[in-house]
Design a protein around this ligand. Structure first.
Ligand SMILES: N[C@@H](CCC(=O)N[C@@H](CS)C(=O)NCC(=O)O)C(=O)O
Length: 255
């Protein structure tokens, strides 16, 4: 069976889960803990980033955009790309804008807030793990934090402020769609990419990326900044109307 190697809380992984769910592709999800994931993923892709899809014949498709492209070609229904080629280009351009610019900047603010609370960090990424494993993991989080900060460009207060600003930039962008969709008047890849990226800040009720309780103070403060933004209303609506989340992360998907 196809296997998705993932982080539970990650915009890129959520984007792929969402597409897999919509296309009802039978697969198994294996959640990894950031840090210990490196050995597993590097062996398969030569890099350390998730998401990684392992196909039935053992071949690998890595990276959210490549996985969505593969899915769209191999499992065309429901269509996530617009039919019109110009609109297709526009959808891919928006995907690139989030994947390569807005989302990595947002992640700086999110990771900074999470890293300040190692136990919360451990609960967020290790929700399915035993209390003991979460506890042990929370002890290594502060040791790994400098590496995580460096790897994600969290170089200081300016980088964090730029991350907070990127959240508003993304929400402003989707707010222009109002009651509709980002490209071509139909739900698709641009909406999934933007909503998955912004769900890390908005935490819509029916997202599988819920925050374990109690929420770390810094992260609660970060989310509160965006709560009343019209873009947050768009994210909540897109999730309510289109996510149809299978709330579980682990094991076989229900299809
Ligand atoms: N452009 C990639 C970005 C993937 C990415 O940044 N993944 C992060 C999780 S949000 C990751 O796995 N980071 C761990 C690492 O790089 O070692 C994609 O679209 O999949």
């Amino acid at each position: 069976m196809i296997e998705l190697l993932q982080f539970r809380h990650s915009p890129y992984n959520e984007k792929v889960r969402w597409a897999l769910d919509l296309k009802r592709l039978p697969h198994r999800r294996r959640s990894l803990l950031p840090g210990p994931h490196m050995g597993v993923v590097k062996k398969l892709t030569g890099r350390t980033q998730t998401p990684v899809l392992i196909l039935d014949d053992g071949s690998i498709v890595a990276g959210s955009a490549r996985i969505l492209d593969w899915l769209e070609r191999q499992h065309p229904e429901p269509r996530l790309m617009p039919d019109d080629p110009a609109q297709g280009e526009a959808a891919l351009a928006l995907q690139r804008r989030f994947d390569e610019d807005i989302t990595p900047r947002i992640r700086r603010a999110v990771l900074d807030a999470l890293l300040r609370r190692p136990r919360f960090f451990a609960a967020v990424f290790g929700e399915a793990e035993s209390a003991l494993k979460q506890g042990l993991y929370s002890l290594i989080v502060p040791l790994a934090a400098p590496l995580v900060r460096k790897g994600n460009g969290i170089t200081g207060a300016a980088a964090i402020a730029a991350g907070i600003a990127a959240g508003f930039e993304g929400l402003d962008l989707v707010a222009t769609a109002g009651q509709t969709y980002l490209v071509g008047g139909r739900f698709g890849i641009a909406d999934i990419t933007a909503a998955a990226a912004l769900a890390t800040l908005v935490r819509p009720d029916n997202s599988p990326m819920q925050s374990p309780q109690p929420v770390g103070a810094e992260f609660a403060e970060l989310m509160a900044r965006y709560r009343n933004h019209p873009g947050a209303t768009w994210v909540r609506r897109i999730y309510a109307d289109h996510r149809g989340a299978s709330a579980d992360f682990e094991g076989a998907s229900p299809y």
